[in-house]
Design a protein around this ligand. Structure first.
Ligand SMILES: O=C(O)CCC(=O)C(=O)O
Length: 401
């Protein structure tokens, strides 16, 4: 527990000023413990060097006219994401709802899902238990710290903790979910109700994801029964594979108040690797921004809605018709922010490739086949940046987006 004995003055010392390797090691070690621990231990008033982004990567945080001093909201231009009403999607208005879904996935890569049928109680309990997880003593949280990207549970900080040259202002808890019976015994036992609450949430979000995927396939003009039985095409019967047990990872994010939010980010620009992500935003504290027509725009939270986004696998599967869009997270000087993302895709051992139904003369095959191991090898070998992985899967003649 070296860090516990450090004075606030040491916490604020700049990296360059360390005299020997032992001292440098302490400095790095403490950042590995995460931002919550840093804030609680250090009472810091300026942002440590380790979190300061180069000027070109910093967000521009403006204060809007409506924003008074007590506001929890950051300024910046907002985006109203398309709203998809799940109730419409499963009712007689399905054809129109499918058109809206296709438009959202094609032009925004994001939408707000309302009337999704997951109860307010399930959502409230999930946010609450994740909040209580982060509020535990560091030693309890640290039991789940690991750099093993395949671990059933991973508590950590920043974006890619072992690779990031500049750290992000974020701590996280990642839980692998499927098959639940396999992963559940590894999940944290404290808080006591975490396993039960998170398991219910995982099952309900997975069921919702399956219904959304059916709608997405239909919106792409793909009907399962029409798919070829060609055994070489791993994308055949995608729904069958997902129903038998796709991959699901839940990520709870914590962004504590940050002394200089205009110098850093909670998460850098990134896209998600899977098919779809279902995100529960903090209803009171904005932070999520998406890149839209070249600008960074802040997503206004809607109470009890899921922000759903297209991941890299869906961009590949749809042969580029649906877009996996860059997004990032701003942090806030006054309020802590939390979010819970659920990332869904094919089973980890499956290959993802453009659907044969979506390859034709007008839209030739745009992406190489890929799998989870290729993704892990890629992200383990370098500092992840933007949509680099997806770009690495592009066939060289198509580099337009
Ligand atoms: O915190 C958020 O709103 C977004 C989180 C996110 O982008 C992620 O978990 O991939």
């Amino acid at each position: 527990m070296l860090v516990a004995h450090m004075s606030p003055a040491m916490v604020m010392k700049s990296e360059e000023s360390y005299e020997d390797n032992d001292e440098r090691e302490v400095y790095h070690h403490q950042y590995q413990k995460g931002v919550k621990q840093l804030v609680e231990n250090g009472r810091i008033h300026t942002l440590p060097q380790r979190y300061i982004l180069p000027a070109s990567d910093r967000p521009i945080i403006t204060t809007s006219e409506e924003q008074d001093d007590d506001s929890n909201f950051v300024g910046n231009p907002k985006i109203e994401l398309p709203i998809i009403d799940f109730f419409e999607l499963i009712g007689p208005n399905r054809p129109q709802a499918l058109q809206s879904l296709a438009h959202a996935c094609q032009h925004y890569g994001f939408f707000q899902l309302v009337n999704h049928g997951i109860s307010e109680e399930v959502i409230r309990k999930m946010k609450d238990v994740m909040g209580r997880f982060f509020n535990q003593a560091y030693e309890e949280r640290a039991k789940h710290m690991t750099s093993d990207m395949k671990a059933a549970v991973r508590y950590g900080t920043s974006f890619s903790q072992n690779k990031d040259s500049v750290f992000c202002w974020r701590d996280f808890l990642k839980l692998l979910c499927h098959p639940l019976s396999h992963y559940l015994p590894h999940w944290p036992q404290s808080p006591m109700d975490l396993r039960e609450v998170a398991a219910t949430y995982a099952e309900e979000t997975n069921n919702l994801f399956l219904k959304l995927m059916e709608a997405i396939l239909e919106s792409l003009g793909i009907k399962e029964e029409e798919e070829d039985e060609d055994e070489d095409d791993n994308n055949n019967n995608i729904m069958k594979k997902l129903e038998e047990g796709g991959s699901q990872m839940m990520v709870a994010n914590l962004y504590p108040p940050c002394p200089e939010p205009d110098l850093t980010l909670g998460m850098p620009p990134h896209s998600d690797y899977g098919l779809l992500t279902l995100l529960l935003q903090d209803e009171e504290v904005e932070g999520l921004q998406i890149q839209f027509q070249g600008n960074w725009l802040t997503v206004k939270p809607i109470s009890n809605a899921f922000v759903v986004n297209v991941g890299d696998h869906l961009e590949i599967f749809s042969n580029g018709i649906y877009k996996s869009v860059l997004h990032r997270v701003l942090v806030n000087a006054r309020k802590s922010r939390t979010s819970v993302a659920s990332l869904h895709s094919l089973p980890f051992n499956c290959t993802v490739k453009p659907s044969l139904k979506l390859i034709n003369d007008a839209n030739p095959k745009r992406y190489k086949d890929t799998d989870f191991h290729t993704f892990l090898a890629y992200v383990s070998s370098r500092e992840p940046k933007g949509k680099d992985f997806l770009h690495s899967r592009k066939l060289t003649s198509f580099t337009s987006h």
